[in-house]
Design a binder for this molecule. Structure first.
Ligand SMILES: Nc1ncnc2c1ncn2[C@@H]1O[C@H](COP(=O)(O)OP(=O)(O)OP(=O)(O)O)[C@@H](O)[C@H]1O
Length: 334
């Protein structure tokens, strides 16, 4: 089997004594997109930042994060800032929610893409080669007049255009891993759909593995091959997007899906046992996790055993893992 582009193994991140991400394991193959879904505070950004070497104030406190790029595998846990700097841009591309934070407001787009290409593309030797490649990249993202865009400043572009420029920059180096942290939240629905399709198509074309961070199952279903559900720093369910959305096995995933306005039909199981609409309560803070299942205090199907034992992730179907003691009972189609 070929080595996945990214492989997190029992990956933990702590802030002091507080564990924000607890023994997360996942893999992303080349050309594959995995959506990491969770509510605010679940640890999505901590996962993204720690794999980019941009975590501030926290540390990787356990496990490994293996990145395979250009035929070699590096463990991102314990990597120096200098080594991370060499990987970012070239081997790890990044797209954020607000492109303005990544673009230089005082530099024309052409000059900014040129900088990326100088740094990461040894095959382009002249300024003319790079200008041609920059225009081609922008054209590929669907920008109608790439030449005009190249001579514009970021503030002269719409939010959707800026996000396309970021995608062109992030994928200009053909990175092994693309980390996209809520990249479409600020966009209108139509632009959002087009940008998601674009990220997916360009990443698949280049064989780039994408870690797509979102709190939105709609965005996840538009872009991802697989989805991992994060709750209070633990992974509760992971599997192919169609399986998880079509037949969620964790009461938390079921609740999240049921609370979506257009997915009401996905609510409780055939016996009406799970009434999670509205999702009463809140996730525990990292320092206040219960002994057993982290979702037990909010779970409508909680039993005594759930309070005592922390359920391990286990396979319920091929490639579909769930951390729930009662997962087998929830196999009934919604
Ligand atoms: N610098 C920090 N110092 C201490 N704790 C932190 C720090 N950054 C994050 N945390 C903790 O880690 C947990 C996960 O935070 P994170 O920002 O990853 O959540 P998130 O799922 O990305 O939320 P959001 O969708 O709101 O960005 C939170 O409980 C938060 O309190």
């Amino acid at each position: 089997m070929t080595q996945p582009a990214l492989s997190l193994e029992d990956f933990s991140v702590s802030f002091g004594e507080t564990v924000a991400l607890e023994r997360i394991s996942l893999t992303i193959a080349r050309g594959e997109t995995l959506a990491l879904v969770g509510e605010s505070g679940s640890g999505k950004s901590v996962a993204a930042l720690s794999t980019m070497g941009l975590l501030r104030g926290g540390r990787i406190s356990g496990g490994r994060a293996l990145l395979t790029t250009g035929g070699r595998t590096v463990d991102l846990a314990g990597l120096s800032e200098k080594s991370f700097r060499a990987l970012r841009g070239r081997d790890i591309g990044m797209i954020f929610q607000e492109p303005m934070s990544a673009l230089n407001p005082a530099m024309k787009i052409g000059a900014q893409i040129n900088e990326c290409l100088v740094l990461h593309r040894d095959d382009l030797n002249t300024g003319e080669d790079r200008r041609r490649e920059a225009a081609a990249l922008l054209g590929r993202t669907g920008i109608a007049d790439p030449e005009r865009c190249l001579s514009s400043y970021p503030h002269q572009l719409s939010g959707g255009m800026r996000q396309r420029v970021m995608i062109a920059m992030a994928l200009s180096a053909t990175p092994a891993l693309l980390i996209a942290d809520e990249p479409t939240t600020a966009l209108d629905a139509g632009t959002r759909g087009r940008i998601l399709a674009l990220i997916r198509a360009m990443a698949a074309e280049r064989g780039t593995a994408t870690l797509f961070i979102t709190h939105d199952f709609g965005a996840a279903s538009a872009i991802a091959d697989r989805v991992a559900v994060l709750y209070a720093g633990r992974m509760l369910e992971e599997g192919p997007i169609a399986d998880v959305l079509g037949a969620p096995r964790h009461p938390y995933t079921k609740g999240l899906l049921a609370s979506l306005p257009n997915r009401a039909s996905m609510a409780p199981d055939a016996h009406g046992r799970l009434r999670l609409r509205g999702m009463a309560g809140a996730a525990p803070a990292p320092g206040e996790k219960p002994d057993g299942c982290v979702f037990a205090p909010r779970c409508p199907a909680v039993q005594t055993a759930c309070m005592e034992t922390q359920p391990a992730l286990r396979g319920v179907e091929v490639g579909h893992d769930v951390a729930c003691l009662r997962a087998d009972e929830w196999a009934v189609a919604p």
